[in-house]
Ligand binder design. Sequence first.
Ligand code: MN
Length: 495
Amino acid sequence: MEHLKVETIFELMAEQGNAPSREDKDLIIKAYLFAEKAHEGQKRQSGDPYFLHVFETAKNLARYGMDASTIAAGLMHDTIEDCDVSEETMEQEFGKDILFMVNGVTKLGKLKYRGRERHVESLRKFFVAMAEDFRVIMIKLSDRLHNLQTLQYVKPEKQKRIALEALEVYAPLAARLGIAKLKGELEDAAFPFAYPKEYAKVKEMLRSKTEIRTGQLEKIKDSLEEAIKKQNVPLVKLSARTKHLYSLWRKLERYNDDIEKIHDIMALRVIVPTVEDCYRVLGIVHSLWKPLPERIKDYIALPKLNGYQSLHTTIFTKEGGIAEIQIRTPEMHGIAEYGIASHYAYKQSEENNVSHNVAQKFAWIAQLHELQKAINNPTKFMENLKMDFFQDRIFVFTPKADVIDLPEDSSPVDFAYAIHSDIGDQAGSVKINGKMSPMNTKLKNGDIVEIIIKKGGHPSSKWLDHTKTALARKHIRQYLDENSLLNKYLFNRFK
Ligand code: MN
């Protein structure tokens, strides 16, 4: 497999300022060979060797600045589930940490999406609760991204479900982690399959629009570059970016499909070394073009909640058009595109001086904002994220892998009523994780719960001692009330 070169992964790591050490390379090569052997002979629906999928997943992880052990786990993420690899072998060969990550991804793979609104929220929460580790989420999202990019090979009836799942569960998670680049890629890969008509429409609108814009933008870019050089401001990068299609569609919906009202379809992005340089460039821009007053935004002094920092301004071009210009430092760009992942990468290579400086800057920024404090500490970040999503809920599975969201300390009776009142009323016994268990067992996160119906069975007053949900208690009381009335009636009648 000539095109699946392990060096590609090393190059992507280096591009992210995360150049692999000798040990990193050895680990990744070992995982590469291990996965290649494990998936030998397996094919994807596209006809490609299965190994291609795990290789692409690992490439995504490298692009998002993840470290060598996460990339190694990414290469092997399907080996326990789909191959004959045992947990013991993996632990022996790669250690506890990598086994933990692979197991984490395998567990997440059991989740299914049924497209009910309440359920989506549960799924999102459950995903975070079960992932336990930021790296596991990153592997899962990287895996999803490749699956979405090869969705044309999946049966049509499955395509829409998978695409919607990505838009409603995975992309919001990437956004919540501040990884805008990954969010955009997930959305754009899913968009054509989730909403084909809308996708075609937006693509056509954008095409006619960008044809006019590109020329104008090139002119602005040239003038700005010249002016920046004249003022001796060091320039790291000046580039044009087009808005992601899916986010453009969502924005169009808010503006009644009036594309003229959307000013950031194409934007110029200026990256300069320091905060001071950012403000100098803003001055240069405003001396060249007239800004739209209400659209000058200083997210450096006032960062967005997700930690995003930049200066934004929208200007009138000499041709009467409108263009947005975003100005930021390389560190701000890192946070904007890679969120918590950018910091994760920096932390991994602390011996590197440049990165160390970045880490110090992060520490300074962190004082500005509560969430950025969390970005500085991935473990703490996960804890906060979980508290946010998780609170005092638990998430358990039906045997068909539907997720049921319950309060802590719920029992199988609560579970049964959460599925259907008939199942609750006739709940006879319960299997938890395949084992017969008492009806007053306290359920735990991740339990697989199977209620066994007893035909003609009915609620017992004892159930009230171990039910947590209002729904279950309502049904039990209702039964008991009706039943005692009936008893009284019968008793009086035959007296
Ligand atoms: Mn996979």
